[in-house]
Design a protein around this ligand. Structure first.
Ligand SMILES: [Zn+2]
Length: 271
């Protein structure tokens, strides 16, 4: 779309961006046949003219945003390259940062407190299920119940809550499984629903397949080489077909244990 420049170039550009706030830089360049360099120079002049408006270069999106209506959400939305790029969101601002549910950076104070508590419990890290398995099943259950009661205030809260719930649910499944194993004795295989959960919630299938081998050896993923060896020996004694102690002796199980040990040692680069 070429724009006829029948007035002063700066005025024309100013009018264009006021009419199309959020346009991609490339759209403006093309409309006025300006190089990036010349466009920058024009904008430098225009900045002074924009009384009460905010002209902002959004580096991630390569877009110039003019927030002209403070009665609307200050976030912007992608409307497609064909429509110029970004437009100011038309929702009502609901939060103190002048943004709507979807765009607000506001966080429910309860969620902030919850995250602070989590950091206190497991240390400053991006929480994953294994961090949480250091805690007791009761503690994890309590975290789950607390988080479940927090209602999200913004889209950001909503996404964060889902992410944390997934981590906690996964840790809870693992702790429950360990508990079950303790009750049943070491002879049982992984309950199929537990395997299923891991597979379906898997982001990195490789990591989760390694995880399975830790479960088979009944050790935690941060175990030392010595701990892994000890666990393997203990299980081997239990399952070795020639073992006298092997009341549960089972050739298939023995193969599984050996394979798990093999995979973990290879993965951790032990020899
Ligand atoms: Zn919005």
């Amino acid at each position: 779309m070429a724009v006829q420049v029948d007035m002063n170039l700066e005025e024309a550009v100013l009018q264009f961006i006021l009419e199309n706030p959020g346009s991609l830089k490339s759209v403006i360049s093309e409309a006025f046949r300006l190089s990036d360099y010349r466009l920058h120079r024009v904008f430098r002049h225009i900045n002074r003219e924009l009384d009460g408006c905010c002209l902002r270069h959004d580096a991630t999106n390569g877009v110039w945003v003019v927030n002209i209506d403070s009665g609307m959400c200050l976030g912007h939305e992608w409307v497609g390259a064909g429509n110029g790029g970004f437009r100011q969101c038309h929702e009502k601002p609901l939060f103190s940062d002048g943004r709507c549910y979807k765009h607000s950076e506001f966080e429910n104070p309860e969620l902030t407190a919850f995250k602070r508590r989590l950091t206190y419990l497991i240390g400053p890290c991006d929480p994953n299920p294994w961090h949480l398995t250091q805690l007791s099943l009761d503690a994890v259950e309590e975290l789950f119940q607390t988080l479940r009661r927090i209602s999200p205030m913004t889209q950001k809260d909503f996404d964060e809550r889902i992410r944390l719930l997934k981590v906690i649910i996964s840790a809870r499944a693992w702790l429950k499984w360990k508990d079950l194993m303790r009750q049943r004795g070491a002879g049982n295989r992984i309950p199929p629903e537990f395997e299923q959960r891991h597979r379906s919630s898997s982001v990195n299938t490789f990591e989760y397949s390694i995880r399975k081998y830790y479960v088979i050896l009944e050790i935690s993923p941060d175990s030392t080489k010595e701990e892994a060896l000890r666990a393997w020996k203990r299980l081997a004694k239990l399952y070795h077909p020639d073992s006298s102690a092997g009341k549960a002796s089972d050739e298939e199980k023995m193969k599984e244990i050996n394979y798990a040990k093999d995979r973990i040692f290879r993965f951790r680069r032990w020899d």
